[in-house]
Write a new protein. Structure first.
Length: 338
């Protein structure tokens, strides 16, 4: 790919030995058949890891193609859902509200209608600069062409009024990162680790930053399947981890609230509702899966990285994949087959 000529892609692949937080049990014969069918489809898409947690129990776990339980993998846009947790914790601590004007904190946006909610629902109206804010951030910081991506995002122009148009992109969470940095007077990642990730024992092997040291909230995290599953269980259980209320009650509903501009996208997470889907995984499907529960949500990253959460079935599923053609509809159709 010519974009990366003479530039070095950054990876964070130091193994993380698994530290499981759940017991194990064999699923029913019927469930085992469904899980194996879903795994078989996953393997046609160069699947690397599949982990299924029902309640407090691992009922299926498999690895392939050189992957293992200790192998970290890039979550890509699966990282975006951490921003919902950051917002929920910030609201709990009185740092922000969803409907406060962004201009109250970032002077570039004074006099506009932009709110924190717009940033999280991806309908800020700000222009997307994919190559500048995404691909440039995947190389080592010293080779990045735009050193400070937070500052760059704060110069973007509006292409529509806030709230009117949904646009998938990374500009929204770059601004959210800048807003949280201003409120905390520090990079937000160590704060999120202290407030949310450390209490649930979630480890990452690394996180992409720009040349100015800013954490890349849209796509930065690398971790293993079982570590990512911890975050899924935390959201599924509405912020409770092993009896401790780590995130405020109501976090799941807040994360899974869409907007008029796109009812199928919440706060950094896809919803199993009819709406606007983008990216290689959907092929125009109007919904994640008609076979899946209505309350299923998905943190989703390029290449088939998925964290599925379905509270009504007490279920968390993690997929790590290396594919350009992975389909949620095909995978979930096997997983939830009658």
């Amino acid at each position: 790919m010519t974009l990366f000529a003479c530039r070095t892609l950054q990876t964070f692949d130091t193994p993380l030995e698994p530290d499981y937080a759940w017991d194990r049990a064999a699923p029913s014969a019927e469930d085992q058949e469904r899980f194996e069918a879903a795994w078989d489809y996953h393997q046609t898409e160069n699947g690397l890891a599949m982990l299924v947690i029902q309640g407090d129990t691992i009922v299926f776990e498999a690895y392939a193609n050189g992957h293992s339980a200790s192998t970290p993998w890039h979550l890509y846009s699966g990282t975006k859902t951490f921003s919902c947790a950051m917002a929920a914790k910030g609201i709990e601590q009185g740092l922000l509200t969803l409907d406060e004007p962004v201009g109250d904190t970032l002077p570039e946006f004074q006099g506009t209608d932009l709110t924190v909610r717009h940033l999280l629902n991806f309908n800020s109206g700000l222009e997307q600069r994919w190559m500048d804010l995404t691909w440039d951030g995947l190389v080592v910081p010293e080779d990045q062409r735009i050193e400070d991506k937070y500052a760059y995002a704060r110069t973007l122009s509006y292409t529509s009024e806030p709230g009117e148009v949904y646009q998938y992109g990374n500009q929204h969470l770059m601004i959210f990162g800048a807003l949280m940095e201003a409120k905390l007077d520090q990079d937000p990642l160590p704060w999120l680790e202290q407030q949310v990730l450390d209490p649930i024992g979630l480890r990452t092997s690394g996180w992409h930053h720009d040349g100015a040291g800013n954490s890349m909230w849209p796509y930065g995290a690398w971790t293993t399947a079982s570590e990512w599953a911890r975050f899924g269980v935390l959201l599924r259980d509405d912020g409770v981890w092993e009896g401790q209320q780590v995130l405020p009650e109501g976090t799941f509903d807040a994360c899974s609230t869409g907007s008029d501009a796109n009812p199928a996208y919440g706060h950094g997470v896809w919803l199993n509702q009819e709406g606007l889907f983008v990216g290689e995984s959907q092929y125009g499907d109007p919904i994640l899966s008609a076979d899946a529960p209505d309350d299923l949500i998905a943190a989703a990253g390029a290449g088939g990285q998925r964290l599925y959460i379905a509270p009504s079935q007490d279920l968390v599923v993690v997929l790590q994949t290396d594919s350009r053609t992975f389909s949620d509809a095909l995978y979930l159709g096997q997983f939830f087959a009658d």
